[in-house]
Design a protein around this ligand. Structure first.
Ligand code: B12
Ligand code: SF4
Length: 556
């Protein structure tokens, strides 16, 4: 039995014959409503917390709910997965089939929706057992806030297998996941061709580093703990090769909080990639110290093309960056063609109104391709939350729907007010955009640097990967550069000039076709970008589509 989950020893009487409905919380999301949706909290990664100040140049896409996809793929009971339902779609599913089990997946901000969904299940399908899982269960006392039968804390595949009377130690079957859906930029929806979007791979959940504010680390056991789905590079290689065939992909989004920390696994994967001649690319999360344990050559040969890395302030107390100059590291990685997504926390304990702008300027001086800013936030379930609670510094009146790090503090900061926390956060996004220009342009810079450095590299896998990227730069991206250059002429001359210089470099390396694509497609992208700016100014938002997927299903 899992000590975090006393209910994990209970088994459903119908075992694998029980019908299971797994659902994410209902939309729409990007609007203010009584269930906890917030206009500033859309169901998007980049536009929510990375490129949100970049207007039409923001990268926009949705991601499926991978936790319940993983659970569905690893149980043998008949199962329906509803992703991003409306309330009506959820009600329809509850009344059109008999479900013995309804599992609801949520994070903390969406607790109001979980409450409403439990109410709906009790009313529309009173015989169903309700199971709530995911980060929302980290809220202390959730049992008194929503009406469910089981609250699953931590890893859910093994819990669900035990609940259905299945072997919880059986190998994990990885679902085929296309990473991003309905990607948009510059007012255009990108075509969804087979293999054009990365596949998501989830090697593990949790992180053993245990930073006190880190919700994913604490949810899966905290310092020293994490849960591995795949221990070896061999296992990862086999899964990736399978998706190369079934999804037609060569790039992978590795959803692991600190992928490079597990060096043995990564190096075994590299060996297999070399032996198999795989020219794969990988986007990973990694801490600076873990990155530093590899040479640039190892990272490049492993196909690391995108790194999401924390860049805490040089004065912070967190130890994962000790001894690492993250500015130097960022510039070095970019010069090797590795796109860097920096992540900076605003409102650390030592921040004051006097030093915060300097700290934000320092963060922006990293000149990362992308930059996420988040408020320092004690999230329920974390050591930081308990610490703040003990010190009496948590602000009582803050709705859970507003505790996500993109709005205002939920605690009493020593020097910065709640209102000012939002001003500084907004300024950070704005300053990064103003100083460094659109992330799409910065990505192009990195891609060109990588291609120049590696176009003649002895390993053909590496040459091939950079050539694929250069091909994009010669065509669509160069047209985007032309449009960005023209759009910025009147608002930010210095950024416009930098973009123009890059476009000319791309054209001098690529010749006629790059020039042709800029002149032919550039004006169209300029027009769609301007149209998008007008739509955004009028409050246009985007919502993910609803998905309904059944497995082990025999219709009755
Ligand atoms: C992909 C992702 C998203 C996607 C959304 C995906 C979706 N469809 O909901 C996008 C990019 C849109 C997104 C948005 C946001 N996200 Co987000 N997101 C993630 C991310 C990176 C990966 C999630 C994932 O798939 N993990 C892998 C799977 C396997 O793990 P899992 O989901 O935890 O599922 C396991 C268990 O939790 C459990 N489980 C889950 N559901 C269920 C259900 C049942 C019935 C059972 C039994 C078990 C169970 O079993 C699973 C397998 O073990 C996580 C970080 C992370 N590393 O997990 C953050 C994370 C979940 N997001 C977070 C936050 C805060 C947000 C935002 C508020 C952004 C922001 N401002 O910070 C918005 C909210 C948007 C909204 N309106 O709801 C936080 C949640 C914090 C918390 N404690 O609640 C996380 C942990 C990031 C972080 N470290 O702060 N996010
Ligand atoms: S290194 Fe990153 S993922 Fe790991 S505990 Fe710290 S903040 Fe969380």
């Amino acid at each position: 039995m899992n000590p975090q989950n006393p209910s994990s020893s209970i088994t459903h009487p119908r075992g694998t014959r029980a019908r299971v409905l797994l659902s994410s919380v209902f939309g729409p999301y990007a609007q203010d409503d009584e269930f906890g949706s917030r206009a500033i909290n859309p169901m998007e990664l980049y536009h929510n917390q990375v490129t949100r100040a970049q207007g039409a140049f923001s990268l926009r896409m949705f991601h499926r709910s991978w936790g319940i996809m993983m659970i569905q793929s690893n149980i043998s009971a008949p199962c329906t997965l509803l992703d991003f339902p409306t309330r009506e779609a959820f009600a329809r599913e509850l009344t059109s089939h008999e479900y013995e089990i309804v599992g609801i997946s949520s994070i903390i901000v969406n607790i109001g929706k979980v409450r409403e969904m439990c109410r709906m299940v009790r009313k529309l399908s009173p015989h169903s057992t309700i199971i709530v899982g995911g980060h929302v269960t980290a809220i202390p006392g959730i049992e008194h806030m929503v009406d469910a039968d089981h609250y699953v804390r931590g890893e859910g595949i093994s819990w669900m297998r035990r609940y259905l009377g299945e072997d919880d130690s059986a190998p994990i079957k990885h679902p085929a996941i296309v990473s991003g859906i309905q990607t948009r930029a510059m007012g255009m929806r990108l075509p969804e061709r087979r293999g054009s979007t990365a596949a998501t791979i989830i090697p593990s959940v949790g992180c053993p580093m245990g930073c006190s504010f880190c919700t994913t680390s604490s949810f899966f056991g905290g310092k020293g703990n994490f849960h591995n789905f795949y221990e070896t590079g061999d296992e990862l290689f086999d899964i990736m090769e399978g998706f190369e065939t079934s999804l037609g992909v060569q790039t992978f989004f590795i959803m692991d909080e600190n992928f490079l920390l597990h060096r043995k696994r990564a190096m075994q994967l590299l060996e297999r990639m070399k032996a198999g001649g795989k020219s794969w690319g990988m986007a990973v999360f990694a801490s600076a110290n873990a990155i530093k344990s590899y040479s640039m050559q190892e990272l490049v040969e492993l196909g690391i093309s995108w790194v999401w890395m924390g860049l805490e302030s040089p004065h912070s107390v967190y130890s994962k960056l000790k001894g690492t100059d993250t500015r130097e590291l960022t510039h070095e990685m970019r010069s090797h063609g590795i796109r860097v997504q920096g992540s900076t926390i605003i409102g650390l304990e030592h921040h004051t109104p006097a030093n915060i702008t300097g700290e934000i300027e320092h963060a922006c001086s990293h000149e990362t391709d992308f930059h996420q800013f988040m408020l320092y936030t004690p999230v329920p379930g974390t050591p930081l939350y308990r610490e703040m609670k003990d010190q009496g510094r948590l602000l009582d009146a803050v709705d859970f729907a507003d505790i996500h790090g993109q709005f205002k503090f939920n605690f009493q900061h020593a020097a910065i007010s709640r209102e000012d926390s939002k001003r500084f956060l907004d300024w950070a996004f704005w300053h990064d955009f103003e100083a460094n220009g659109p992330s799409l342009y910065r990505m192009c810079q990195t891609m060109l640097q990588g291609w120049r450095r590696y176009r003649d590299y002895p390993d053909p896998r590496v040459r091939e990967r950079f050539e694929r990227e250069m091909q994009k730069l010669r065509t669509g991206y160069n047209a985007a550069l032309w449009a960005m250059e023209h759009q910025f002429r009147s608002v930010n001359r210095s950024v416009s000039e930098k973009i123009q210089a890059l476009r000319k470099e791309v054209e001098s390396e690529s010749g006629f076709f790059a020039r042709l694509s800029a002149r032919a497609v550039g004006p169209l992208l300029l027009w769609t970008s301007r149209r998008e700016e007008r739509r955004l100014a009028k409050g246009k938002t985007y919502e993910p589509p609803t998905f309904l997927e059944r497995t082990n299903w025999a219709s009755t």
